[in-house]
Design a protein around this ligand. Structure first.
Ligand code: GDP
Ligand code: MG
Ligand code: ZN
Length: 482
């Protein structure tokens, strides 16, 4: 007999298929194995039931998937419930936003559950929930302990195939238990019974529930973002869309572009600053993983304040977040007025070097000393039109001099070739003083200009658009090394 059903669980080569309420244990027909088709929980399949044993069968075909989640592995979800605790562990906007991006990218409808409401203050509930409700994400505030919000959530999930996802310890299993008592195991319960380690939900299993199914999943807090395509990232922040008409460039990365509706909206508080910070972190994390693999040595981080340069980018909080994803050398270029007021924050955020503009501070020497006092490297930067005389006296005290080869503020500009003799002159000044200080150049660097600046005496090249925009990042990095 041929019939169809839903894979509710898979386990070492066996698939448990729900056929209208009858559970049939299946293996996969040989011709399907050859296609290396990886069946998973949530797949809709066709099967042949064993004529002699009604609870055994062979899967012969799998129907096309509507959506698919890689980790945890599950297909065809009607809803992904992204669960995060309001407190214990502290709510993380970045983790919430990463999980939302994951769901958007996988085209799975989401619902946000903020748990442990009994432990949170009214203000904590309000500030967190309002960010997401404003965007249009359906948000439930619940407590598995007091039962708050559980009935409403249960009604919402009836008849749907739903998985709960989120970091471990946020109360996913507890919430599922409150919705449908007696089926889902929580960490707390198990760890008292098994002495070694805590129970983790190893595989995804769909549990029948009021005309639909529920699935618990292992915690996945640290979502890897390296597989995301950065050009698509804005589309996964749905609230950006209505402001993108104002962006001068299309596509706009909403980072360095001069006229950008998204950045304006952040300034005007029409887009939550936490969401924009997450956007920048996810983008930077992706770039860092990419250039790290390609063999770059440093991450150069442009910090702009909207005053010293007519543009605004991220500050120390974002640096702190991306510090978690890599051990690469963080070279923070402060294009800001009064850089001395930022040193503390950037050092604490994990900068390995802070570079300040000679034009931006009245007390350059004190500023460089303050950076060194943090135990990190200090550099001084000069705009294309600024004279080397500005930094001559400070040369013995700095680890690096950055000569801008474009006017700072925006990416993708033309290299100003009159800076070449300036690089040579600086190298001679350093030689005369017996210094082996690095000379860094930033702006308009590609394979051709790289050759010229290295010839003039530059030792550290900053490449932005040329590398990130390249089809082959590895080749682009290699071409700069010459
Ligand atoms: N106070 C309080 N604690 C909760 C709540 N939900 C879960 N917890 C506790 O948080 C811990 C982790 O819960 P669990 O459901 O296993 O989290 P999971 O890893 O996301 O499945 C356990 O110690 C629970 O007792 C809640 O609503 N209020
Ligand atoms: Mg759990
Ligand atoms: Zn934009």
């Amino acid at each position: 007999m041929v019939t169809s059903g839903l894979v509710v669980r898979s386990y070492s080569g066996y698939y448990y298929v729900d056929c209208a309420g009858v559970m049939i244990t299946c293996k996969v027909k040989g011709h399907m194995k050859q296609k290396r088709f990886s069946l998973c929980t949530g797949d809709r399949v066709q099967l042949e039931v064993n004529p002699d044993k009604a609870d055994e069968g062979m899967i012969t075909a799998v129907l096309p998937r509507r959506n698919y989640l890689d980790r945890p592995t599950v297909a065809n979800l009607d809803l992904l419930v992204i669960t995060l605790a309001l407190v214990q562990p502290d709510f993380s906007f970045l983790i919430a936003d990463k999980l939302l991006v994951l769901a958007e990218a996988a085209n799975i409808p989401v619902l946000l559950v903020l748990s442990k409401a009994d432990l949170a203050t009214e203000e904590q509930r309000e500030t967190i929930a309002s960010v997401y409700r404003k965007i249009g994400y359906e948000t439930f505030v619940i407590s598995s302990k007091t039962g708050e919000g559980i009935d409403a959530l249960r009604r919402r999930l009836e008849g749907k195939v739903t998985a709960f996802g989120g970091p471990s310890g946020v109360g996913k299993s507890s919430a599922l238990n409150a919705i449908q008592p007696g089926v889902f195991r929580t960490t707390g319960e198990i760890s008292t019974k098994i002495s070694r380690g805590k129970h983790t939900t190893r595989y995804t299993e769909l549990i029948p529930f009021n005309g639909g199914y529920l699935a618990d999943t292992p915690g996945f807090g640290n979502v890897m973002m390296e597989n995301l395509e950065p050009d698509l990232l804005p589309a996964w922040f749905p609230e950006f869309r209505q402001f993108e008409a104002i962006c001068k460039f299309s596509p706009c990365s909403h980072t360095h572009e001069p006229v950008c509706g998204v950045k304006d909206a952040v300034q005007e508080n029409r887009i939550a600053s936490s969401r924009y910070a997450s956007y920048l972190s996810i983008r930077k994390e992706y770039e860092i993983r990419k250039i790290e693999k390609a063999g770059a040595d440093w991450v150069h981080i442009d910090v702009m304040d909207g005053n010293f340069v007519p543009n605004l980018t991220f500050g120390a909080p974002v640096v702190k977040k991306i510090r978690n994803v890599t051990r690469m050398f963080f070279d923070c270029h402060l294009m800001v007025d009064h850089p001395e007021t930022y040193i503390e924050d950037f050092a604490a955020a994990g900068a390995d070097q802070i570079v300040v503009h000679a034009e931006a501070t009245k007390h350059l020497h004190r500023c460089i000393q303050a950076i060194h006092a943090k135990g990190i490297k200090a550099g001084v930067a000069l705009n294309p039109a600024s004279s080397l005389a500005l930094i001559e006296e400070i040369l013995p005290d700095v680890d690096m001099v950055l000569l801008m080869t474009v006017n700072p503020g925006f990416g993708g500009q033309q290299f100003i070739s009159s800076v070449l003799p300036k690089i040579s002159r600086l190298r001679r000044m350093l030689d005369l003083a017996g210094l082996r200080t690095d000379i860094q150049v930033d702006g308009g660097i590609n394979a051709e200009t790289a050759r010229q600046v290295v010839g003039a005496g530059a030792t550290v090249l900053v490449a932005g658009s040329y590398v990130y925009g390249a089809k082959d990042v590895n080749a682009a990095v290699k071409s700069l090394r010459g």
